[in-house]
Write a protein that binds this ligand. Structure first.
Ligand SMILES: O=C(O)CCC(=O)C(=O)O
Length: 394
């Protein structure tokens, strides 16, 4: 009961066993329902009598349909029976799916980590690295990655190798030895930059990221690419507007982040002279020939009455940072038509521009577009920055 108690603070569980549900129900539905519905009911029946595999299958189905409250009920029931995968899934759902319940999600993730789950250990590393109230947060975070590597996460192993600057796990070196070699101060050190335009303020940072970091970010984003959306503040989410953008993208949430990305985010915040909490979720954009992001502004229009709540909640989107993650494609620049200027970085080069002027008003000269590559594929990391702390939607 403990887990469901955390979720509902004593509210009735919608998934409590129904004493009337049983063989009669089964017989009634068998005669009249198509096969998949019969299977659905069978799954639910098995879930209700305590079969953890069915509870998890049902939870996953509800999750894929966006019914997170129901998904949480079923994950919680399977987790109460000791299923570690269900516990991990419940914690992830609470952390990244709506309505977000951050603190219960963190608590359950820690429980899953203490029970030795490799993925939970890694997610705890990400949580620790962002916890500014935690003393020695980067040491704690690295230790979680080390434990995740030891528990069998190949991603944590690859991450430690990259952080330690080694390609192969050296013979007779433990993951602890490797973790001790990592210098997180260097990974988070501010990057050099130069001003390209004073007004609107635009700066470039050649070599902002190493080739290995760029390859890492592409590899992390690639499996999760989806059709790119345009932000819709009324829904607190995205909508498809193909004439505006028809490329693909991936948005990193806490479950899909890692210490390399968090270090990159800290460097971006330093470059922009803003706190890390101002950063929206990092996106990686992917374009092939024919795909583009049409001319647009990144600021939130304060004159639009329906956007005022959004600005009050999250602050103005004051700056945009773009990091080119690969080379070898033709055209595909970031175009600023009003300024008559185009930026095309080599792998690891970045541009940062303010979307508002010195008095905080939207700067119309920042109109910009992601042009399509004529040949090859274009990968860009895009980071929008808010005026103050960016609160996740929940
Ligand atoms: O992909 C590009 O070159 C531009 C991306 C962009 O406009 C944005 O992220 O706001």
């Amino acid at each position: 009961m403990i887990l469901r108690h955390i979720l509902h603070s004593g509210k009735r569980s919608g998934a409590s066993p129904d004493p009337l549900f049983g063989w009669f129900g089964m017989l009634a539905c068998c005669t009249s329902r198509p096969a998949d519905m019969t299977q659905d009911m069978d799954l639910e029946r098995r879930a209700k009598i305590g079969d953890t595999a069915s509870q998890i299958a049902l939870a996953r189905r509800h999750e894929s349909e966006g019914q997170n409250e129901l998904a949480r009920e079923w994950y919680a029931r399977a987790a109460e029976q000791g299923d570690l995968y269900a516990l991990l899934s419940l914690a992830k759902n609470l952390l990244v799916r709506s309505p977000i319940k951050a603190q219960p999600g963190v608590n359950l993730m820690r429980t899953a980590a203490e029970r030795g789950d490799a993925e939970a250990l890694h997610i705890c590393a990400v949580i620790a690295s962002q916890d500014v109230d935690l003393p020695s947060r980067w040491e704690v975070a690295l230790d979680y990655v080390r434990r995740s590597a030891e528990a069998g996460s190949s991603m944590a192993c690859r991450q430690l190798l990259l952080l330690a600057g080694t390609e192969h796990a050296p013979q007779q070196t433990s993951w602890s030895d490797l973790a001790r070699r990592v210098d997180m101060v260097r990974w988070r050190a501010p990057a050099p930059s130069r001003i390209v335009f004073e007004s609107p303020r635009i700066g470039c940072s050649e070599g902002f990221a190493s080739g290995a970091e760029c390859d890492w970010l592409i590899a992390r984003a690639k499996p999760h690419l989806k059709a790119a959306e345009v932000y819709d503040p009324e829904r607190q989410g995205g909508i498809l507007v193909e004439h505006m953008r028809n490329n693909r993208d991936m948005s990193f949430d806490i479950v899909h982040s890692d210490l390399i990305l968090i270090a990159v985010r800290e460097r971006i915040a330093k470059l922009a002279l803003l706190g890390s909490a101002s950063l929206e979720p990092t996106m990686v954009l992917h374009y092939t020939p024919g795909q583009r992001f049409a001319p647009h502004f990144d600021f939130v229009d304060p004159a639009a009455p329906h956007l005022q709540g959004e600005i009050a909640r999250n602050g103005q989107r004051v700056a945009t940072f773009l990091l080119y993650l690969n080379g070898g494609f033709e055209s595909g620049e970031t175009d600023f038509p009003t300024l008559g200027w185009r930026f095309k970085g080599g792998r690891g080069d970045a541009v940062l521009f303010r979307n508002v002027d010195d008095s905080g008003r939207p700067d119309l000269r920042t109109l910009h577009a992601g042009l399509e590559p004529n040949r090859g594929e274009k990968w860009v990391l895009s980071q929008w920055l808010r005026e103050h702390v960016h609160a996740p939607a929940n």
